[in-house]
Write a protein that binds this ligand. Structure first.
Ligand code: NAD
Length: 453
């Protein structure tokens, strides 16, 4: 679906009108193209006194082809336009030390390229040695979320809490996360708090093919987000198994043929669907490294007007079928060590939504699934995460009445809806073998929507 307003705004006459009337001004977002440099300009890296991450961050940036400017920021050329501002705030142990954030960001608040990136690194508050340190580290969230709302022009801002108690997977996880957040892959992700912990991880031989050799299952892949996801994962090197209902067989076959993947026609609510899927995976691949639970439906009504069928269908497709599949695949040990489960939730599951009690219940349940399954599977080296999309331009959102649709599109820091590829790129990063230390996260792909913020 196209956003006609955004296209108009980017035209000559549109620009003039938007300026004169003070209308929302959706910027053109920088999106990933293979071979692109990670950033449109140099990265300015700052460190609070006593920070522990400056060295690994410098190493990671250099490996990604970005020369960090780490000298005294005040010495940098006033005209330099940066691709990113990265700040290691792990050294801040007192609220009085938060002043260092102001000192770093104030002079450079107008020095970022359009679609530039702000990343602040902190220590998870629950790991801090003193209540004062935990307080200061928790405060970082307010800074990053506000920068996401202030800077505009497609700039995104995130907080990454990196464990102080890392293993070999932690630095690889920090690298995969920085590579994702700095690149155009994270175009529609802003105002997020991401936790990098521990877990088995392997850096790829080629960061442009971070999923080489991985067998990935995508449910609901005939169209929309699932189809975009299948294409992104295949582009990044995965062998992709796409699944959808038999009625969508033609569309599904077209997706599978386009990426050299295989197709499974299966209704996830059919009896024994999980067992049949497991049998197929065993026969074709012997395993599945990454399971993406993307299939989802809406059956909207207020709860007063909703019949029980609408309730049951939505809970079954969006939540219970995920549990059944996980159970069978885990029981039969088809997801190996280093495996990934990624589920698609929704901001409706975070904020709630009028007319969507069934849908929001199912999507909040998906978050519960991540919270409970991630620690339970840590010993098996399997990560569990979810993405929570906001307003994404698909057939699902095309059905929303016009006024509500416009509100959904504009009420976020990007003043526009996201594209299926934005959700796909985020799921892709969570699926990378390099992202094993990223587990138990729910990452919103919502352009920093005001809903549930
Ligand atoms: P879509 O309707 O375009 O695609 C969903 C796919 O799931 C369809 O191909 C459908 O046939 C398939 N599916 C439905 N029931 C199935 C079943 N029983 N068995 C197998 N396949 C089944 O929707 P989309 O917008 O691409 O959404 C994908 C996911 O993202 C869903 O989980 C949705 O809830 C979620 N989401 C979407 C948005 C958005 O703005 N589009 C926002 C938040 C969350």
């Amino acid at each position: 679906m196209t956003d006609r307003y955004a296209s108009f705004v980017q035209s000559g006459p549109g620009r003039a009108l938007v300026k004169r009337l003070g209308l929302p001004d959706p910027p053109r977002l920088r999106r990933h193209r293979p071979g692109d440099p990670l950033l449109p300009g140099p990265a300015l890296v700052g460190t609070a006194t006593g920070g522990r991450l400056a060295e690994p961050v410098g190493r990671i940036l250099r490996a990604a082809g970005v020369e960090p400017t780490t000298d005294n920021p005040a010495a940098a050329d006033a005209d330099t336009r940066f691709g990113a501002l990265v700040y290691d705030a792990t050294g801040i142990t007192e609220s009085t030390g938060l002043r260092q954030l102001y000192d770093f960001f104030h002079p450079y608040a107008r020095s970022l390229h359009a679609s530039g990136r702000v990343v602040v690194l902190g220590t998870p508050p629950e790991q801090c040695a003193t209540p004062r340190e935990a307080t200061a580290q928790r405060a970082l969230e307010g800074l990053t979320r506000s920068i996401g709302k202030e800077f505009g022009r497609g700039v995104t801002a995130q907080l990454v809490y990196a464990t102080a108690d890392g293993d070999a997977g932690t630095e690889i996880g920090l690298e995969s996360t920085l590579r994702f957040l700095l690149s155009g892959r994270s175009a529609y992700v802003s105002g997020q708090v991401i936790r990098v912990g521990t877990g088995p991880a392997a850096a790829p031989a080629d960061w442009d093919r971070p999923l080489d050799g991985q067998v990935v299952l995508v449910t609901g892949a005939a169209r929309g987000i699932g189809a975009a996801l299948a294409r992104v994962l295949a582009r990044d090197g995965a062998q992709v198994v796409v699944l959808d209902i038999p009625e969508a067989g033609d569309e599904l076959a077209a997706v599978a043929n386009g990426i050299g993947g295989s197709a499974v026609q299966l209704d996830l609510t059919a009896p024994n669907a999980a067992t049949r899927l497991a049998d197929h995976l065993v026969a074709r691949h012997g395993r599945v490294d990454v399971v993406v639970h993307n299939a989802g439906i809406t059956r909207d009504r207020t709860i007063a007007r909703m019949n029980a069928d609408r309730w049951d269908q939505v809970i079954d497709v969006n939540l219970s079928s995920q549990e059944r599949i996980n159970d069978v695949l885990l029981e039969r040990e088809l997801i190996p060590r280093g495996g990934r489960i990624v589920s698609v939730s929704s901001i409706a599951g975070i904020a709630g939504n009028r007319g969507q009690t069934n849908y929001a219940t199912s999507k909040a349940g998906v978050i519960g699934l991540v919270d409970s399954l991630a620690p339970a599977l840590a010993d098996r080296g399997i990560s569990v995460n979810a993405v929570a999309p906001g307003f994404i331009e698909t057939r699902l959102t095309a059905r929303i009445p016009l006024a509500l649709r416009e509100a959904g599109r504009r009420m976020n820091s990007m003043s526009q809806g996201g594209l299926p590829v934005d959700v796909a790129e985020t799921i892709g990063w969570l699926a990378w073998p390099a992202s094993g230390a990223v587990t138990g996260n729910v990452v919103r792909v919502c352009g920093q929507s005001l809903l549930g913020a």
